[in-house]
Design a protein around this ligand. Structure first.
Ligand SMILES: [Fe+2]
Length: 638
């Protein structure tokens, strides 16, 4: 206890010298709540999707209790190279209350001396200027705490490039009173290279590896060491580029304020001249100035098929996943109840698919940058093994007056910077998140609904060029992907608007889908599953429900936004074009058996079983055949 008090005094020296218990003015706190908390979808206000935003950390006051204590163990994590560990937190509080909670801070020293935000000039110091990276009610799994004042908590901590401390607050989340702070704990190597995510490069024979570390280029040289499995003598090393972003790169809100956290360094290496279908082993390395190396674990991936290659190819598609908490932290405001289920179901099935498309709204960090690491850690078993291709959603990009098509605050001030830095995508310009992608017999056109797509725009020109560039003899399966629903959805808020889509969506794009005979258009944003008939201009083009064949008369639309974030309700209005609806968490799997046979399956996250499916069977001539608004010009000249 004595040692804890000494450490506590050290940490809070600036508090103790100038502390005032007067919290922020009501008007100021409301301002920040609005910035951090507002969320709109389709014109209606929804609850906040970032649990950390519920904590009014800027209103915290110092109310140390000399007999209260928090103790964390072990002191050093990752001694065997682990990137995550479970930590035990022992809480002792002589005046316990049901709304006592524990905050995890990283860096461990979270006092006001590290504050430097121009946005916060109106706030009276001293203050806590950084949000915790996670939190847990002290009574969680210990209901006796309110009687005994004693609780043991188990929290899962991941390596996030800094040390950790655990603080006991009373007063709930809206009026936090700081009672005690724990010892500091740390990972053995906080800078370790972690959380690899694979992505296809701009060429079919290129795989990119992106990872995070604490090593700047002045300190160590980043690279990937790789070799074809079973051919270690032919080992290669590919250099990596290094990027990062700063607080000043954030556009406002939580991202520039209490949610800011240093993202470390983000490295990308380009592994080139890959042999199609071959398995490669790889690991990330950093060469230190003294010549020593720091290595990651060893991972493997299978190189992409040659474009047009006729072989089994399987694709997973979902949107709107979010981050889950295996330790139950943030439990009283879990906004992404399906995230862990979807992740675990996909991990179990890793051998049975080749590539993943996460079509926007990934971590829902919403300006709380620490959440991105935690999301990357959650997805690592998948993203380190198969290409993890992402699209941009409103929760990655939107911020008022920042160039997003929607002038709303859904990104919490990130304005796209973390997403476009943490993930590589083969776009010309990652700040404009649209790109094309070849995978064997598939050709994907990934749009960015957070930028204008209407006729005459730069993105519209890209979409047409992308759709036109598929040689349907070699790449028969043409897939359009976007985050918001530009096609059809009978979701509640689209129903209320009477559009069953984002306004100006299909009006501008449906003639392109028709002209280029897009097979399936996938969307997220709406947190459920829905399959729509092959459709053009609001008319189903046939009555089939499970097997399609022959000419491509219309595009099938699928909403696959049930990745894990809270579910969206369907409209009560009847929509004749809707074939299957599911108000549950799930994802889609596309299986191309060959050039003429495709299977679509919808699986629930809870059991991985198929709940909806259809097949497409057809030949090349069927794609070439003339259909309404989809005919090539012909001449009678011989
Ligand atoms: Fe969204």
């Amino acid at each position: 206890m004595h040692r804890m008090k000494i450490q506590f005094c050290f940490i809070f020296v600036t508090f103790l010298t100038s502390f005032t218990s007067i919290p922020l003015t009501h008007a100021t706190s409301r301002y920040y709540r609005t910035l951090a908390g507002g969320h709109r979808q389709g014109g209606s206000t929804k609850f906040n999707e970032q649990p950390l935003a519920e904590i009014a950390i800027y209103e915290a006051v110092l109310a140390l209790h000399e007999d209260a204590s928090v103790k964390a163990s072990p002191n050093v994590l990752g001694l065997k190279g682990e990137d995550t560990e479970w930590v035990t937190i022992q809480v002792d509080h002589p005046e316990p209350s049901p709304d006592d909670w524990v905050a995890v801070f990283s860096p461990a020293q979270f006092n006001g001396s590290t504050c430097s935000y121009e946005d916060y000039t109106r706030i009276q110091p001293p203050y806590i200027c950084s949000s915790p990276i996670k939190f847990m009610n002290v009574s969680y799994e210990n209901p006796d705490y309110v009687n005994t004042g004693k609780s043991l908590l188990r929290l899962q901590i991941i390596n996030q490039r800094s040390d950790f401390s655990f603080a006991l607050f009373s007063g709930g989340y809206s009026k936090p009173e700081l009672k005690a702070v724990s010892n500091t704990i740390t990972f053995a190597n906080p800078k370790a290279p972690l959380y690899p995510r694979l992505a296809l490069g701009k060429s079919w024979d290129e795989m990119t590896v992106t990872w995070s570390s604490g090593y700047n280029i002045d300190e160590a040289v980043p690279f990937v060491e790789w070799a074809m499995k079973g051919h270690h003598q032919a080992q290669s090393r590919s250099p990596a580029g290094t990027l990062t972003f700063t607080q000043n790169d954030m556009c406002g809100g939580a991202a520039r304020g209490v949610g800011w956290r240093d993202p470390g360094f983000i490295h990308t290496a380009f592994l080139k001249n890959l042999w199609p279908n071959m398995v490669y082993m790889y690991r990330m390395g950093h060469m230190l100035q003294n010549g020593e190396y720091v290595w990651s674990k060893t991972y493997s991936f299978k190189a992409s098929p040659y474009p047009g290659q006729d072989s089994l190819q399987r694709v997973i598609i979902f949107g709107d996943m979010g981050k889950g908490e295996r330790d139950g932290s943030n439990a009283y405001s879990n906004k992404h109840p399906g995230a862990i289920n979807t992740t675990d179901t996909l991990i179990k099935d890793l051998e049975n698919y080749d590539i993943v498309l996460h079509i926007g709204d990934m971590s829902y960090a919403n300006g709380y940058i620490s959440q991105w690491d935690q999301f990357l850690a959650q997805m690592e078993p998948i993203s380190s093994k198969v290409p993890y291709m992402v699209a941009s959603g409103n929760h990655e990009r939107d911020w008022p007056n920042s160039g997003s098509f929607y002038d709303v605050d859904d990104s919490g001030g990130e304005c796209g910077v973390p997403a476009e830095t943490l993930f590589y995508v083969p776009a010309e310009n990652r700040a404009k998140f649209w790109y094309s992608m070849d995978y064997g017999m598939f050709h994907f056109c990934v749009a960015d609904t957070e930028h204008d797509w209407r006729i005459g725009t730069e993105q519209y020109a890209f979409i047409e060029k992308c759709l036109a560039s598929a040689n349907r003899h070699k790449q028969p399966w043409l897939i359009f992907v976007a985050h918001r629903v530009l096609g059809y959805s009978s979701n509640e808020w689209y129903g209320l608007e009477g559009s069953f889509e984002e306004p100006m969506g299909r009006e501008h794009l449906q003639h392109l889908w028709q002209k280029y005979k897009v097979d399936i258009a996938f969307f997220g944003h709406v947190h459920n599953y829905e399959r729509v008939c092959p459709i053009y201009q609001n008319q189903c083009v046939n009555n089939e429900k499970s097997h399609y064949s022959g000419t491509v008369n219309g595009t099938i639309h699928i909403v696959a936004g049930g990745g894990g974030s809270h579910l969206s309700d369907f409209s009560e209005l009847d929509t004749v074009w809707s074939i299957y609806k599911d108000h549950d968490f799930g994802f889609v799997k596309l299986t191309a058996f060959n050039q003429s046979s495709l299977l679509m399956e919808y699986k629930k996250s809870s059991d991985g079983e198929v709940y909806d499916s259809f097949t497409i069977t057809r030949e090349y001539k069927d794609v070439l055949a003339c259909v309404h608004d989809g005919c090539e010009p012909v001449t009678l000249a011989a």
